[in-house]
Ligand binder design. Sequence first.
Ligand SMILES: NC(=O)c1ccc[n+]([C@@H]2O[C@H](COP(=O)([O-])OP(=O)(O)OC[C@H]3O[C@@H](n4cnc5c(N)ncnc54)[C@H](OP(=O)(O)O)[C@@H]3O)[C@@H](O)[C@H]2O)c1
Length: 275
Amino acid sequence: MTKAILITGCSTGIGRAAAHLFAKRGFSVTATMRRTEDAGDLAAAENVRVEPLDVVDVASVERAVAKTLGAFGRLDVVVNNAGFGAFGPFETATPELIERQIGTNLIGVFNVTRAALPTMRAQKSGVIVNISSIGGLTTFPLNAIYHATKYAVVGFTEDLNYELAPFGIRAKVVAPGGVATDFATRSLSLTFQGDGGPYADTIAKVAATFQSRAAAGGHSKPEAIAETIFEAATDDLPHVLYVAGPDAIALLERRAKMTDGDYLKMMRDNFGLSS
Ligand SMILES: NC(=O)c1ccc[n+]([C@@H]2O[C@H](COP(=O)([O-])OP(=O)(O)OC[C@H]3O[C@@H](n4cnc5c(N)ncnc54)[C@H](OP(=O)(O)O)[C@@H]3O)[C@@H](O)[C@H]2O)c1
């Protein structure tokens, strides 16, 4: 039996890499994206169907799930990958940006999960893999709204397991560290205008630190994160959390040995915020 998977946010980055990997490993793949003209090489890839899906548009979610069932007759795995980052101080974020961040990164996960569950329950099997972040387990300066969504995804995912276990469905969460994708460029929305006014000094220091880290390289490739997603989707183990990337693993190990106060001080020092 060929298994079927639906993945969100396949126009670039981790979602696109995951679509290619699952197709290569024999899954029937529904690779979804907001604009199907962004499909690129996925349009002609073997085992792949490209469907439009915007995670904040429930009708588009339901259509993509129905198309998957029509084409493949089943739905074994859902990967909730679509997301973006809101960067900057909380105080200056508009209500619209806050709602878009929560709508995409959290309610979007709810929308796709809810649409997939009736089929998985009827099949008595299924795996939901939600992409959170190292930012769902620990914090970096000026990412408060993003963290709020990614921490929520971790709690949501773990808790689903209580109610879904009787139906043979597992929920898992993948938490990548830094990944070399469009995330820190095209997919970043700023919470401030101009230099950020009273937060200008903090913004300048934090942005410079993130930029120099990105320039130094060392971020995981999206293909490596796709491997972790594949493991989560197929290992048939009751693990919930899959931390992906050496930077994420190292930072969490470090934090586990520190007090909260020491962690905040370390981060303030690392981002030049101590003075
Ligand atoms: N890169 C990192 O360092 C990193 C680290 C930890 C976690 N993550 C998480 O990994 C996931 C994928 O990010 P990425 O690194 O692969 O970045 P990316 O290359 O920017 O990809 C983000 C994807 O999400 C899609 N998207 C955004 N809003 C959407 C919506 N409303 N409906 C459907 N799709 C939407 C984008 O589509 P469009 O092309 O239409 O904009 C794009 O396909 C995100 O959830 C992100 O939070 C990334």
